[in-house]
Design a protein around this ligand. Sequence first.
Ligand code: 8YV
Length: 331
Amino acid sequence: MTPVNAKPKIYIPRPNFPEVIGRLESHFEVVHNQADQALTAEQFRLLASQADGLLTTGSDVINESLLKACPQLKICANMAVGYNNFDLLSMTRAGVLATNTPDVLTQTTADFGFALLMACARRLVESEHFLRDQQWKQWRYDLMAGQDVHGSTLGIIGMGRIGQAVAKRASMGFDMKVIYHNRSVLPADVEKACGASWVELDALLAQSDHVMLVLPYSPECHHMIGARQLSLMKPGAHLINIARGGLIDEEALVDALERGHLGGFALDVFEGEPQINPRLLTQKRVVLTPHIASSTIQTRLKMSNLAADNLIEFFSRRQALTPLNPEVLEK
Ligand code: 8YV
């Protein structure tokens, strides 16, 4: 039995900032795992089953079966804006609060989306490998010739905070035409501030020189970019994904590249990550990064502190800064 005045127990399954763990330790009994080796689902379940709160990341799945094994769990504070790792309905039913980390990572993630776009269109990684492999023999008019970014058309799928931040960089900084597809059309003043206009998805694919995915993942949009959508893209166009791997059918993507239809693609997220489809690894015109779009020290620290603040607020005042199912707080 838990002693009456015992501190709530917080479990942190993956490595995190020592200073944030230290902050949490002044409020809670904290169990954490700083090893660079993810726990098995069974190990995670066992440790979570003894916790009052979890500081999760986007890779830690909280579903009905886990919730059943965790009767004392009251809050999962995700250190991510995306929360497709949460079964929110089951969490609400079980009275478990879910929180995420919006806003603090918007600009950093948009910066990285743009970096991937530039790297892909200008063949940055391929050129670097070429040089390191000592293959550079002379100046050539077409050496590693890529495609212009400035003045081209960018299609953004998903126009939330990050999509809008990417659009501003493109329209203001690179004089690009920006079109977007989103469930809802943005208010005219927001569209104007982003220099972007709404189009149907098929039209976006057909008109864009570069397509960027910035939408949340849900089972309804699983493989929303498959063979048909890829065939609609302009020959030589680029695809950039900073959202979730499951949005793209990776086999169809590699097929489109191998057929010579796509100019290239850049992925920061993968279906089944950190496992990578081996066909992706052998392609030249691609940029592949290990889910680091939000990874600057400043931003990751803000994300970690916001997740910690949600835990502290919840256990001290039964409130949260960024709740996803606030109805749990009203019960
Ligand atoms: C995280 C992300 O790094 O915030 C998100 O949704 O994808 C990334 O910023 C990742 O999910 C780990 O929590």
